[in-house]
Ligand binder design. Structure first.
Ligand code: HXC
Length: 264
């Protein structure tokens, strides 16, 4: 897919994408890179990370793999330090995309299962943002910096067997607003992107296996699932100077899926 943006709109910028070694996170990292940024991607599995870095480099992108878990503040701090050591002080763009999820009824979901998803999605977003803030603040004071939190739409209303992920993503949306309020004075913008059903992702495979046609029938726009590209383009926009006065918002990118109702 051709980008509607100029290829150098993020030239000279440094970006960190958590969960950037696969799925939506990888495409976000790729598009930030194709628009000029140097990108660090975090992930838990070294082999997957190595393959992702090689794929980004094959696209001409300057990329670095950052192994570890967003549940570890030491890991998050280490990633920011590694980027600073390689590419200079400051961090211009942070995308919190690392997430975990599975379907479970609330009756069967263990307390540890609930906590695990909260810890990856909600606490992980805070842990990473907090670890990155000193570097983001440095960039913010120079030319502006941004955080984009990848959220979801399943917490608007309620979603079957998603009590844990809905609670976690609600917390992420709240955090987006709180950090935007506190960090605006340092020219650090904080926004969210709430993807709807996106084709070819672990989320769709886990949450709606074999239900592609049913899901597509509930997407007013195009009657097709979104593409990873659709999410990545919004992340490029939010990281770019075009979004210089956008902060505290979560953009829904779902083809109007979440508000779908059957025709009466
Ligand atoms: C019920 C489950 C479960 C399942 C794990 N648990 N999988 N419970 N059904 N399918 C429970 C375990 O029993 C355990 O509780 C607790 O969760 C922790 O499990 P671990 O395997 O020890 O955790 P961990 O290795 O850290 O794995 C985390 C994970 C895993 C979330 C469970 O699936 C993961 O890492 N996924 C990452 C990739 C991913 O999920 N991507 C999709 C994101 S989709 P007990 O009590 O037994 O100790 C997404 C989009 C949402 O976020 C929006 C979509 C529209």
């Amino acid at each position: 897919m051709e980008s509607p943006f100029k290829p150098d709109i993020l030239k000279g910028r440094v970006a960190l994408v958590t969960g950037g070694s696969s799925g939506i996170g990888f495409e976000i990292a790729r598009q930030l890179g194709l628009h000029g940024a140097r990108v660090g991607i975090s992930g838990r599995r070294q082999d997957v990370l190595d393959a992702a870095v090689a794929a980004l480099q094959a696209d001409g992108i300057t990329a670095m793999g950052l192994q570890g878990d967003v549940r570890s503040s030491a890991a998050c701090e280490g990633w920011v330090a590694a980027l600073g050591a390689a590419w200079g002080p400051g961090l211009d763009v942070l995308v919190n995309c690392a997430a975990g999820n599975f379907l479970a009824t609330s009756e069967e979901l263990s307390v540890n299962g609930f906590k695990t998803v909260m810890e990856i999605d909600a606490v992980g977003t805070f842990t990473m943002s907090r670890a990155a803030f000193p570097a983001l603040k440095q960039s913010g004071c120079r030319h502006g910096a941004s955080i984009t939190n990848i959220s979801a739409t399943l917490q608007y209303g309620a979603t079957w067997w998603q009590a844990h992920a809905s609670a976690a993503k609600s917390a992420v949306d709240s955090l987006t607003r709180s950090l935007a309020l506190e960090w605006g004075e340092f020219n650090v913008r904080v926004n969210g992107v709430a993807p709807g059903p996106i084709d070819g992702t672990a989320g769709m495979a886990k949450l709606a296996p074999g239900a592609k046609e049913l899901v597509q029938s509930t997407i007013p726009l195009r009657h097709e699932m979104g593409r990873k590209w659709d999410i990545a383009m919004v992340c490029v926009f939010l990281a770019s100077p075009a979004a210089a006065f956008v902060s505290g918002d979560t953009l829904v990118v779902d083809g109007a899926n979440w508000m779908w109702k059957p025709q009466l």
